[in-house]
Design a protein around this ligand. Structure first.
Ligand code: 5GP
Ligand code: MN
Length: 355
């Protein structure tokens, strides 16, 4: 077994035995598959593509399978064109998962979060390595690298590779993907990003030639005209503000979406905007999807929007960024949200008033 030597001064928070075990598993595996959660975001894809590139450098022929499509503003990442989308052709994905001897589970804590391809991961005989930062990791993983205190899975992957002594060999492409994941999961380093080591890691990534302003532009200055108009419409016509509860709600019905040439990913990030309103610390976005109602929550200070998501919408996530889903009518989802607000009124007030 190789002696592991981190090549930087970043602290080694991951149990070194797990790093060794995962690196051994990589060395001894032929068919390696990387998987992410439903509606893969910048963090899920950044971590996956960085790992993908790393594995290729190890002489492997890895595959990435994601449950459904990739937002257009993330397709610039190198390797994105090689990702297989399970939903487009489930039998192909099932074959790849069945033949895997090593499966990486990135940026999700429980199999439910990968949707219909979950059972094929669960039933695969492959060794399963979880690298994730969500609370409460589930069962069924052989090597569990779960660190909810870390702001993104991409940062955690950086730490993993660093602890494996791989920083010096890290490529510019890998650094770009990791940076993109760290940036998107912290809203451009505006929340959940107070750990000074985040900036030490960024410094190490910049040394690899990452152009951070260019990545910011590619991700955040990439709205289509319709998406931008949809945002304007949503903020002006579909927003309700509840000053007493320091909360705001955005909502879009199927009909609203049909008036704009809506494409998946078009509403990504909308939920963050109401937090720009003075004294608003809890923002919710309710959107009718094809078969279900999807909810996104964002909060500030210590208000636990993941608790709200879990209690009313079968969801979860992080303290300040969470989501959930609802099977029922759009009106019913809005009604439950409003009841929830009433229940959480005191908690909202005390979170708002804290220093
Ligand atoms: P977003 O609002 O960006 O879709 O999701 C924010 C975060 O909420 C995700 O990173 C994930 O942790 C969590 N999340 C989103 N949707 C769900 C869901 O349906 N169930 C659970 N448990 N968590 C979710
Ligand atoms: Mn993440």
């Amino acid at each position: 077994m190789k002696i592991l030597n981190a090549s930087t001064s970043i602290s080694a928070i991951i149990d070194s035995r797990k790093v060794e075990e995962a690196m051994d598993a990589i060395r001894s595996s032929r068919n390696i598959v990387i998987t992410t959660h439903l509606s893969p975001d910048g963090d899920a894809l950044g971590a996956s593509l960085a790992l993908y590139s790393f594995l290729k450098r190890q002489g492997k022929s890895p595959r990435i399978i994601v449950p459904n499509s990739i937002p257009y503003f993330l397709r610039w990442m190198e390797g994105a064109g090689e990702i297989e989308v399970y939903e487009y052709h489930p039998p192909a994905g099932q074959r790849i998962l069945a033949a895997a001897d090593l499966i990486f589970c990135l940026d999700y804590n429980i199999i439910k979060r990968v949707g219909p391809m979950g059972p094929y991961i669960e039933n695969s005989a492959a060794t399963k390595v979880l690298i994730d930062h969500h609370l409460l990791p589930g069962d069924g993983f052989d090597i569990l690298i779960s660190h909810p205190e870390i702001s993104s899975t991409s940062e955690l992957l950086f730490r993993f590779l660093n602890q494996a002594g791989e920083y010096n060999r890290l490529t510019k492409v890998e650094a770009e993907c990791i940076y993109c994941g760290m940036m998107t999961d912290t809203g451009g380093f505006t929340y959940n990003s107070g750990d000074p080591e985040i900036y030490e890691i960024i410094s190490l990534l910049l040394r690899k030639g990452v152009d951070k302003d260019d990545i910011y532009s590619k991700v955040f200055h990439n709205y289509s005209e319709t998406r931008f108009r949809l945002l304007g419409f949503t903020l002006s016509q579909r927003m309700e503000v509840y000053p007493d509860q320091h909360s705001a709600l955005l909502h879009l019905s199927r009909e609203d979406q049909s008036h704009f040439q809506f494409s998946k990913g078009d509403t990504e990030g909308f939920v963050n905007y109401p937090l720009s309103i003075k004294d608003i610390i809890f923002s919710t976005f309710i959107r009718a999807d094809e078969e279900l109602i999807k909810l996104s929550f964002r909060s500030q200070k210590s208000f636990p929007c993941n608790e709200f998501a879990a209690e009313f919408f079968n969801g979860g996530g992080h303290l300040n960024a969470s989501g959930g889903e609802f099977y029922g009518s759009f009106e019913e989802a809005v009604r439950i949200y409003k009841e929830g607000l009433a229940t959480y009124r005191d908690k909202l007030k005390s979170a708002f008033n804290e220093e």
